[in-house]
Design a protein around this ligand. Structure first.
Ligand code: CP
Length: 320
């Protein structure tokens, strides 16, 4: 792939999942592929998993890695054209992205939404301008609307743990939170699960309280529910995640009791495995008893971020 910003950049998701699992078996099988190639990782927001797993993935492929914490160490960026830069911004994205492209063969970028203007966030203005001006392949480390490296790792985790003979029932379940969080993770998870469902790999349901429905562009073919009891019935995987409202953009709406997943709730499932992208707020978004229990896949899932990133970088390097 020439860039990795969504599932739409991937020709064959099964092949990419297989590549990630093969790399998990043989991490250093392609350790010279990235020799003399440099990956630049540009963060405008905090990260633990994405930062470390993508660095490690690049090192396993023999790449050099540079990390830029743009929010803390870089100049304040201007993204609008035609403005006189006599305010707080110091450097225009046109020059900043182009310069980073001079030093790197591949760039990773993390840029969260502001959750103020739905149009601005969903137009992916910053991300698209960065891609346009940097001149090298870009791997998304999470954008305003998507987190594809996370979603690929999630699909890898389902693929490697599913031992059933029929298609697993996968449920994306909204969970409570005190802060307004982006829709990037659930949008992206849904997009990948819908593609996997279309390819006959699984059945996919989304359950949320009324008012928290995701943008329909990200949910083609998903079963949509507002009833947590019904949706969890016979589930094989529950993907727990909070997100703020898309309709009343960026707002935390009121919600009914009973949306935090507990062991009691798991009783109606098919002994469901529980996933979360992390970080997670214990006993607010997800109960400690589930997180610490035998059904939790969260650490394995986070571990698979490495193989997902390595599979993506390998594919990008092979096409440079
Ligand atoms: N899941 C995830 O992307 O984690 P970080 O924000 O820590 O990178």
């Amino acid at each position: 792939m020439k860039q990795f910003t969504s599932v739409n950049d991937v020709e064959d998701i099964s092949q990419l999942v297989a590549s990630a699992l093969a790399l998990k078996e043989s991490p250093y099988a392609h350790q010279n592929l990235g020799k003399n190639k440099t990956l630049g990782l540009v963060f405008l927001n905090p990260s633990l998993r994405t930062r470390l797993s993508t660095q490690k993935a690049a090192l396993n492929l023999g790449m050099n890695v540079m990390v830029m914490n743009m929010d803390k160490e870089g100049w304040a960026l201007e993204t609008q054209d035609g403005v006189v830069m006599n305010g707080t911004t110091v450097e225009h994205i046109r020059e900043a992205a182009a310069v980073m492209g001079q030093y790197c063969d591949v760039l990773g970028l993390r840029s969260f939404p502001k959750l103020i203007s739905r149009d601005e966030d969903y137009n992916e203005d910053f991300f698209n301008k960065f891609i346009q001006y940097c001149g090298v392949p870009v791997v998304s480390l999470e954008s305003a609307t998507r987190h594809p490296l996370q979603s690929l790792a999630d699909l890898v985790t389902i693929k490697e743990t599913w031992k059933g003979t029929t298609k697993p029932k996968v449920v994306l379940a909204w969970a409570p939170h005190i802060k307004a969080l982006p829709q990037a993770v659930p949008n992206s998870f849904s997009e990948w699960m819908c593609r996997a469902q279309a390819e006959g790999m699984l059945d996919f349901t989304i359950v949320q309280p009324k008012g928290y429905e995701l943008n329909e562009d990200f949910t083609p073919g998903a079963k949509i529910s507002h009833n947590i009891d019904e949706a969890l019935k016979d589930a094989d995987y529950i993907y727990v995640k909070n997100w703020s409202s898309y309709k009343e953009y960026g707002k935390v709406l009121t919600y009914p009791e009973g949306w935090m997943l507990t062991n009691e709730r798991l009783k109606v499932t098919n002994d469901a495995k529980v996933m979360h992208c992390l970080p997670v707020r214990r006993d607010l978004e997800l109960s400690s008893e589930v997180l610490d229990g035998p059904n939790s896949l969260v650490i394995q899932e986070a571990g698979n971020r490495l193989w997902a990133a390595q599979a993506v970088l390998k594919d990008v390097l092979e096409r440079l």
